[in-house]
Design a protein around this ligand. Structure first.
Ligand code: FE
Length: 234
């Protein structure tokens, strides 16, 4: 078995959102694909532990906001590595409501689908939703949609534990060649983000060459926001 084969499957990255009882939630999803044209239907796979999954089952609708390529890890972390059970993900986000009442993310997106739930398939850890498209709108026809391969190779992102494409970090670390460095790399135990001292965290003011031990005490994981105590040596 060659785990790297998994990385040759192509996916896009989306925010799947729904509503229930006046509340909104959404999460990053990379298993959204069109399955029929007439009538137009999509398949969406979602972990049973996700709050959005509960909302979709209750409200019978969802929106798929298409993320643009130019996003940072913080944006992905907000929707992908934090639970809506802990805070309102839409509080500081620009959004509008679809005709079916689900939130559509307007920040860093290029369009969306508004969908009605048709059927579900129990996949054990996940549920596969078959949804019919009730509306589709584009905000920006110039920008490219974010793909999983761009996210992984350019933005250097990883899959959260609830994603269908999650791969255990022990398996990953065996695969990925570590650059020779006198300072070790550290991995976030929550989201799998790897702090590489040679690269630093320039978006958050940490220059290349900063060892993990020298990071300021208030430094947090740029993806999921947990503090240094949640990191272990790789
Ligand atoms: Fe993290």
């Amino acid at each position: 078995m060659n785990i790297e084969t998994y990385f040759k499957l192509s996916y896009g990255l989306y925010i799947v959102s729904s509503h229930y009882d006046g509340k909104f939630n959404g999460h990053i999803n990379n298993t959204v694909f069109q399955v029929t044209a007439e009538p137009a239907k999509l398949a969406v796979c979602s972990n049973k532990n996700n709050l959005t999954t509960d909302y979709i089952l209750k409200s019978k609708c969802l929106t798929i906001s298409i993320i643009q390529e130019e996003v940072d890890l913080e944006y992905i972390g907000h929707f992908g590595f934090k639970s809506g059970r802990d805070f309102n993900k839409f509080e500081k986000i620009n959004y509008k409501l679809s005709d079916l009442g689900c939130p559509v993310v307007l920040d860093k997106t290029i369009g969306y689908f508004d969908c009605e739930l048709e059927s579900t398939f129990d996949l054990g850890t996940h549920i596969l939703f078959i949804v019919s498209i009730k509306d589709a709108q584009l905000f920006d026809n110039e920008k490219s949609p974010l793909t999983y391969s761009y996210y992984r190779n350019v933005i250097k992102g990883v899959s959260p534990k609830n994603a269908p494409t999650y791969i255990d970090k022990d398996k990953l670390s065996k695969l990925e060649e570590k650059p020779k460095s006198k300072h070790p790399q550290y991995v976030c135990n929550v989201c799998g983000y790897v702090y590489n001292p040679e690269e630093g965290d320039e978006e958050n003011g940490i220059p290349p060459g900063t060892p993990f031990e020298d990071l300021p005490e208030d430094w947090v994981c740029p993806v999921c926001g947990v503090d240094k105590d949640n990191f272990s040596i790789l």
